[in-house]
Design a protein around this ligand. Structure first.
Ligand code: NAP
Length: 298
């Protein structure tokens, strides 16, 4: 049933405009992030594409400018596997931008072989969770000053694949790529809930989502048989443009203005796992993430 719904989920239809708004999208050079950037550019926003590969990012930027007719699309370097790069990016944004109305934490890696970020974190938790956690922390004052504002965290139904290993978050005692990806996506949902609680009354709302099963480069680390199976069943998967619709909906839909902390799929509220609603664990993870990154939230 879910995959059938995937097949038929087309464009999210809304004429809502974003003129005068500024949006940051991480991992905007390809896949879901690129299609999100393209759509929001067409709505008139200033788009900041935060990408680690500036050459690929520039190709995507030029395509989006040409397609949308919006010249206000810029590219900035951001490597979420390096806290130094995240700090440099945030410093630049805080210095140069007057406002930040929408932050879309979209970039991600899935099922990669065991590797570590520049700061020694396991790559999937490091990029998908800790990198975006630090980025959000560093941009939060600007976002609050720009309220009403939104933060959108692209999570996944894969949050059901693994729990939070508080005593081994970096998988040093043993690495299972599937569990580590699941842990990172569970962390995205838990932190969405924690952040929403902290931001109550600030005019900044937070959302997490599952984009669907989407044909993108995310699948690059899957084994050949699994990649073939994905191709065979491609009719039951989404294009990148279809996969971007729930991100766009969470970033734009006026009906969500009073909602915060929720999880969405197919442009509608969705039910996440019990582990993803465990607010006690969410607080423990929040604490641990802050310690790992050496940051202290107010
Ligand atoms: N595709 C699916 O079926 C699916 C399902 C559920 C959830 N999601 C989530 O959707 C989001 C987007 O994924 P996608 O499917 O569009 O995948 P994708 O096509 O592989 O795009 C991922 C983006 O993240 C960027 N990225 C990876 N590591 C980075 C780093 N260290 N620093 C900065 N950017 C980095 C990539 O940059 P490069 O191009 O330089 O590698 C790329 O722009 C991810 O969070 C993913 O977990 C996807």
């Amino acid at each position: 049933m879910h995959s059938l719904r995937n097949c038929f989920c087309g464009q999210w239809s809304s004429n809502a405009r974003l003129d005068e708004k500024t949006v940051i999208i991480t991992g905007a050079n390809t896949g879901i992030g690129k299609e999100t950037a393209r759509d929001l550019a067409k709505r008139g926003a200033r788009i900041i594409m935060a990408c680690r590969d500036l050459e690929r990012g520039e190709w995507a930027r030029e395509e989006i400018v040409e397609d949308s007719g919006n010249q206000n699309v810029v590219l900035k370097k951001l490597d979420l596997s390096s806290t130094k790069s995240i700090r440099e990016f945030a410093e630049l944004i805080n210095k140069e931008e007057k406002q930040l109305n929408i932050l879309i934490n979209n970039a991600g890696v899935m099922l990669c072989p065991y590797s570590k970020t520049a700061d020694g974190f396991e790559m999937q938790i490091g990029v998908n969770h800790l990198g975006h956690f630090l980025l959000t922390f560093l941009l939060l004052d600007l976002i609050k000053r720009s309220a009403p504002a939104r933060i959108v965290n692209v999570a996944s139904v894969a949050h059901t694949w693994g729990g939070i290993q508080l005593d081994d978050i970096n998988s040093e005692k043993g690495y299972n790529a599937r569990r580590a990806y699941g842990q990172s996506k569970l962390a995205n949902i838990l932190c969405t809930r924690s952040l929403a609680r902290r931001l109550q009354g600030s005019g900044v709302t937070v959302y997490s989502l599952h984009p669907g099963v989407v044909r993108t480069e995310l699948w690059r680390h899957l084994s050949v048989p699994v990649q073939l199976a994905v191709r065979v069943f491609s009719a039951c998967t989404k294009t990148s443009s279809q996969g971007a619709q729930t991100s766009i909906y969470c970033a734009v839909d006026p009906a969500l203005e009073e909602e915060s902390g929720g999880y969405y799929s197919d442009c509608a509220p969705a039910r996440c796992s019990r582990a993803a609603r465990d607010d006690e664990m969410a607080e423990k993870l929040w604490e641990l993430s802050g310690q790992m990154l050496g940051i202290q939230w107010d």
